[in-house]
Write a protein that binds this ligand. Structure first.
Ligand code: ATP
Ligand code: MG
Length: 575
C-alpha cells in the first residue's frame, strides 16, 4: 500500500507534494488563492535542503514583500534548523541591491553609494527641468524609459542627464537596483556564470506580478534548463499599472518548454461560500477559466455579507460595530455563536481582523471610527516612497550612516521625546520612524550598512506586525498573500472598485476585478463587503454598487447591522 509521507513533505497534500518533489529543471505551478502555493514552495526548499542534499546556500527564493521574505525565511529555518538561514530569501529589489553592492566598483559606484529618496530625486529633477511641476510629472515616464519602455525623445534625453546627476552624487534609484544587475550580467558572461553557480535553485512566489526587467534578471540567473520554480496565480496579477505583465507568466511555457506545469486545486483558507463567491466574481474576466478551487479547509458555511451604508462614516461605524460584535461585545454575540458553522467568534482577537480598501484615502475615516470605539488599529501604507520620504531625512539629520543602529534608534527616541518645535507632520514622521526602526535596529546590531539598506528598501511597507493585537487597515495591494479570519472589503462601489479617477476613462477593469478577487480571498471565516451610497461632499458623491457585486448570487446575503445578522442566521438555518 501507499505509506504515509514523512519528513518535510508530511504537511502537504498529494498535489502539493507532487510539486515539491519535482526533481530538477524548470517547474511552473499555477494555482488559485489559498491553495498553499507559498506553503508548497517553502516546503519544497526545506525538502531540497534536508532530504536531497542541496546546499542551503545555493537556494534563492524570491518573494514579493520584505514581510513575506521574513516569514518564508523563518518557516524554512523552523523546518530545517539553523542552516535554513543560509537560504537567500529576497525580494527582487533586495536581490538587486545585493548585486549592486557586491559589484559597486565594476558599476562605477562608490562603496557608500546610497538609494535616492523622493526629496532628493525631486530636487535633481527640478534642477534639470527648471520646473517644479514638470519634475513631478516626469517621474513615471523616466521609470518607464529606464525599464526599456516607449517614451518621447524628450524623456530619453532627460533620462541620461538624470542618471548622470544621480551618479555625480553617488546615488542609485529603485529602477537601478534591477536595471544595473541586468546590464552587468548581460555584459559580463563570467560574472553571470558565477551567479548561476551560486544560485542553482531558484524559486519565485507571486510570479504573476513579475515585470520585464525582473524577467530579464531571472532569465540571466536561470536560463532554459535551470532549476527554476515559479508559482503564482494569473488571476491575482494586480501590478500591471506599475509595469508588471502577466504575459510573462503565460510565456513561461514557451521559454521553458520542458517545464512541467502543475496545478493545486484545494483551497485550505476560506469557507465554502467565500470561495464560491470569489470564483464567481473573477469568472467573467478570469485568465484561468478552467480553474478548479475546492474549499476543503475552513468548515464554514457562512455567507458573504453585503452591507450598504448611507455614507462613509456610517460604513466605518458598521465595521466598528461588527468588530465589536464579533469580539464578543453585546451586539450580536448571541446570534453569531448559534451560526451554522459553529465558529466561536468570541475567541477572535483584534489581530484576526483586516479592513481593506482600494485607496489609502479611505483609511482615515475607518481608522478614526475604530479608534473611537477603543479598538487598536495598525495601518500599512500603499505608497512606500511617501512614507520613506519622511523617515530618511530624519535619519540623515541624525547621522544614521555613522553610529550603530541601536544608537540611531536611541537618538530618534530622544528626539521624539524632546518633540523640539515641530509641525504635527514632522512629529508624526518621527514617531513613525521610531516604530519602524525598532525591530530593525535589534536585528542589525552593529551592521549599520545592512540596517541602512533595509530602511532604504522600504521596510515600512511591511511594518505591519502579524502578531500585534490590532485591527489591520490595509490597501488591497498590500493585502496580497495575507489571510485573516475576518475581512471587510470596504468601498465596494462603482468608481472605487473598479477605481476610476474623475473625468477619466476606465482603462483596466480586469485588473480591478482581480484586486477585488484578491481582497475577497484573504478571508478565512467571515467576509463583509461594504459600500456607501454617498461618499464625500461633491455633487457626484452619489455612488452605485460595484458591478463586481452582481456576480455573487446566492453566496452572499444582505446584512444591515445586527438585523442583517439575524437574517443571515435565519437563511443559514434553512440550509
Ligand atoms: P495566495 O494565493 O493568497 O498567496 P497561497 O496559495 O500562497 O495563497 P498559502 O498562504 O500557502 O496559500 O496557504 C493558505 C492557507 O492554507 C495557509 O493558512 C496554509 O497554512 C494552509 N494550507 C495550505 N496547504 C495546507 C495543507 N496541505 N494542509 C493544511 N493547511 C494547508
Ligand atoms: Mg501565497
Amino acid at each position: 500500500g501507499v505509506s504515509a509521507p514523512v519528513g518535510m513533505l508530511a504537511e502537504l497534500d498529494a498535489e502539493q507534494r507532487a510539486a515539491a518533489e519535482v526533481e530538477s529543471g524548470p517547474l511552473m505551478i499555477v494555482a488559485g488563492p489559498g491553495t498553499g502555493k507559498t506553503r508548497t514552495i517553502t516546503h519544497r526548499i526545506a525538502h531540497l535542503v534536508e532530504e536531497r542534499g542541496v546546499p542551503a546556500s545555493s537556494c534563492l527564493a524570491i518573494t514579493f514583500t520584505r514581510r513575506a521574505a521574513a516569514e518564508m525565511s523563518n518557516r524554512i529555518t523552523a523546518l530545517v534548523g539553523e542552516r535554513g538561514s543560509e537560504v537567500t530569501v529576497a525580494t527582487f529589489h533586495s536581490l538587486g541591491m545585493s548585486l549592486v553592492r557586491d559589484n559597486h566598483a565594476a558599476l562605477g559606484l562608490p562603496e557608500d553609494f546610497a538609494l535616492v529618496d523622493a526629496d532628493r530625486r525631486h530636487r535633481i529633477l527640478v534642477s534639470l527641468t527648471g520646473d517644479e511641476r514638470k519634475a513631478r510629472q516626469v517621474v513615471a515616464a523616466l521609470s518607464r524609459a529606464r525599464r526599456g519602455g516607449v517614451v518621447s525623445d524628450e524623456v530619453v534625453e532627460l533620462l541620461s542627464d538624470y542618471i548622470a546627476a544621480l551618479r555625480r552624487e553617488g546615488l542609485v534609484d529603485f529602477d537601478d537596483l534591477l536595471v544595473l544587475p541586468v546590464e552587468l550580467l548581460e555584459s559580463d558572461a563570467e560574472l553571470a556564470e558565477w551567479y548561476r553557480r551560486r544560485y542553482r535553485w531558484i524559486s519565485v512566489d507571486e510570479y504573476q506580478d513579475v515585470d520585464e526587467v525582473q524577467y530579464r534578471l531571472l532569465r540571466l540567473l536561470a536560463p532554459a534548463g535551470a532549476n527554476l520554480t515559479v508559482i503564482g496565480d494569473p488571476d491575482q496579477a494586480i501590478y500591471g499599472f506599475r509595469g508588471a505583465d502577466v504575459g510573462f507568466f503565460l510565456r513561461f511555457e514557451q521559454d521553458y518548454p520542458d517545464a512541467p506545469v502543475l496545478a493545486l486545486t484545494r483551497n485550505y483558507r476560506s469557507g465554502r461560500r467565500i470561495v464560491e463567491g470569489a470564483v464567481r466574481a473573477i469568472r467573467p474576466e478570469s485568465l484561468v477559466p478552467e480553474r478548479t478551487l475546492w474549499p476543503v479547509g475552513a468548515d464554514s458555511d457562512h455567507p458573504v455579507v453585503l452591507h450598504q451604508a448611507a455614507d462613509e462614516t456610517s460604513e466605518a461605524r458598521f465595521v466598528a460595530r461588527t468588530v465589536d460584535g464579533l469580539l464578543g461585545g453585546a451586539t450580536f454575540h448571541s446570534l453569531d455563536s448559534g451560526s451554522a458553522d459553529g465558529y466561536e467568534t468570541s475567541s477572535l482577537g483584534f489581530g484576526d481582523i483586516a479592513v481593506v480598501y482600494r485607496t489609502d484615502a479611505q483609511s482615515r475615516v475607518l481608522a478614526e471610527e475604530l479608534t473611537r470605539q477603543g479598538f487598536p488599529v495598525q495601518k500599512r501604507s500603499h505608497d512606500p516612497l511617501s512614507a520613506r520620504a519622511g523617515v530618511e531625512p530624519l535619519l540623515r539629520e541624525l547621522g544614521y550612516a555613522g553610529p550603530r543602529s541601536g544608537t540611531v534608534l536611541r537618538q530618534l527616541e530622544q528626539a521624539a521625546a524632546s518633540l523640539v518645535e515641530r509641525t504635527g507632520e514632522q512629529a508624526e514622521q518621527l514617531h513613525t520612524a521610531v516604530e519602524l526602526l525598532a525591530p530593525l535596529a535589534s536585528r542589525f546590531g552593529e551592521d549599520v550598512a545592512g540596517f541602512r539598506q533595509e530602511v532604504m528598501l522600504g521596510a515600512e511597507v511591511d511594518a505591519l506586525d502579524p502578531r500585534a493585537d490590532a485591527v489591520a487597515l490595509l490597501t488591497l495591494h498590500a493585502a496580497k498573500g495575507l489571510e485573516y479570519p475576518v475581512v471587510f472589503v470596504t468601498g465596494c462601489e462603482d468608481g472605487l472598485l473598479p477605481l476610476r479617477w474623475p473625468g477619466e476613462q476606465q482603462d483596466d477593469t480586469a485588473e480591478e476585478r482581480r484586486l477585488f478577487f484578491v481582497g475577497m480571498t484573504r478571508a478565512q471565516r467571515r467576509l463583509y463587503l461594504t459600500r456607501a451610497a454617498r461618499r464625500g461632499q461633491a455633487a457626484a458623491a452619489q455612488r452605485s454598487p460595484s458591478p463586481f457585486l452582481s456576480e455573487l448570487g446566492d453566496t452572499a446575503v444582505r446584512g444591515d447591522d445586527s438585523g442583517g445578522k439575524r437574517r443571515a442566521a435565519r437563511q443559514l438555518s434553512l440550509l
